[in-house]
Write a protein that binds this ligand. Sequence first.
Ligand code: PXP
Length: 249
Amino acid sequence: MASLGVNIDHIAGVRQARRTVEPDPVSYALLAELGGADGITVHLREDRRHIQDRDVQLLREVVRSRLNLEMAATAEMEVMALGIKPHMVTLVPEKRQEVTTEGGLDVAGQLGSLTGLVGRLQEAGIGVSLFVDAAPAQLEASAASGARWVELHTGTYAEASWGRQAKELARLTEGCFLARSLGLRVNAGHGLTYQNVEPVAAIEGMEELNIGHTIVARALAVGLEQAVRQMKALVQNPRRDLLFGSSQP
Ligand code: PXP
């Protein structure tokens, strides 16, 4: 059964729109945990457009589930992670101009430097996950880096047209199988919604889904605790008959 990591970046985004103190993502992390979140995920971006250093420091103290820090593989972020020691670091690619994380990390293209960083973080007791496309070359490189987890990028699946969705789901399923056969543990995320999450949650061996935008959007209507509860029900008990061709006419 997959677990649910709740990404609260968009709560910080509302605060930063006014550069004020509310809504405070730290308080909302606790509400997400009340709703059943198995982990809290935040992305500390180089430009600090939503989550701030203070948020990560406070979250490390108050989160009772697990804190997953998404960050770029830079020297600045390495210092930050080694100081704060989240339970998990997920290394993501980052471009200043992007609206959200686009594409997976090119692990194969920077294996040497990533292997060093993965080793230093893991030596400090931090679990390391690499956010990658479900491509064999990236999964093989991820295993070679020494990382214990990968997070499969579900953006292409989430954005696929009806006709392509089953193909993209098969790519994720095969990626999950290959990653596990290479000894990696597998999470997934990006672009998942209440409508498209079940087939991904039903993939054999999928451990955790990291979901943010759709939960924060629903929270405007029903409150965060309830929005998390509704997503957790889908992640824990997905309808299995949706696994292939869920949206096929
Ligand atoms: N996983 C990673 C690595 C991400 O970068 C993001 C977006 O911040 C998510 C999961 C969550 O994506 P979404 O907000 O689309 O659910």
